[in-house]
Design a protein around this ligand. Structure first.
Ligand SMILES: [Zn+2]
Ligand SMILES: [Zn+2]
Length: 242
């Protein structure tokens, strides 16, 4: 089932706009509906953990990654999950205003192009983080698929929609040890019969990385099926809850 709304009409909506900043309504610049001031004021992710991208005072491995290195190699994110990115993402996901998602995907794609120019290895394939069918049916919208499709077009990288499956059986994680939580989460995802990750460098795509545990479970699954490396691309990274 493909629940995505008509992509063509909305994706390039801003190109039809009269170049007004969507955040302050001053004239925008360049090819984005953002003025210089608002773009500068976005909550850019500055120093962060080089592995999980947790915002930190200095660019060093965070405590969690030092204690137990995640299965993914690195999380790449241009922004912190803070105002106004949080409300743009909310409008994209909850209200299905895809032009806000398109703007955020453009910022992510531009960030990735810089990172590739600086030496980050381009993946062979993009995969959207899956959503349980029940959640997808309730909302009829998978933001990770939208982001993946846009990134694929901009970065000229292939993507696969149906390799990963969320079986929706996320058990309560309370009162479980970290190891048991990870095992639980890993059991919540599976590869479909279409999946052929053997030998591939894969980048998972999602809108937000919060604890990194979903990305870690999916990375473990892909690596156990023979993937060579798994990176994670997201629009925004939250600070970990202490
Ligand atoms: Zn502005
Ligand atoms: Zn970390």
């Amino acid at each position: 089932m493909d629940c995505q709304p008509n992509i063509i009409k909305q994706v390039y909506k801003w190109l039809l706009f009269d170049q007004t900043c969507w955040l302050c309504e001053e004239p925008s610049h360049g090819d984005l509906p953002l003025c210089h001031g608002c773009e500068d004021d976005l909550p850019w992710l500055l120093s962060h953990c080089p592995c999980c991208a947790e915002p930190l005072a200095s660019a060093q491995l965070c405590r969690h990654c030092q204690q137990r290195r995640p299965h993914f190699a690195t999380v790449i994110s241009p922004l912190r999950y803070a105002f106004p990115v949080d409300s743009l993402l909310q409008r994209f996901k909850a209200d299905q205003q895809t032009h806000y998602g398109r703007l955020l995907s453009h910022l992510l794609a531009r960030h990735l192009q810089h990172a590739y120019a600086e030496g980050l290895a381009r993946p062979d394939l993009l995969l959207p983080v899956p959503q349980a069918n029940t959640r997808l049916r309730q909302r009829g919208f998978n933001q990770a698929q939208w982001l993946c499709r846009w990134l694929s077009a901009t970065l000229e990288l292939p993507w696969q929609r149906r390799w990963l499956h969320d079986n929706g059986q996320h058990q309560s994680q309370k009162k479980l040890s970290a190891r048991a939580r990870a095992r639980n989460l890993r059991a919540a995802f599976s590869l479909t019969e279409h999946a052929k990750p053997g030998g591939l460098h894969i980048a998972l795509v999602d809108d937000i990385v919060t604890t990194g545990s979903t990305a870690n479970a999916l990375a473990a699954l892909l690596l156990s099926a023979g993937a060579a490396q798994v990176d994670v691309y997201c629009v925004a990274r939250t600070a970990k809850i202490p």
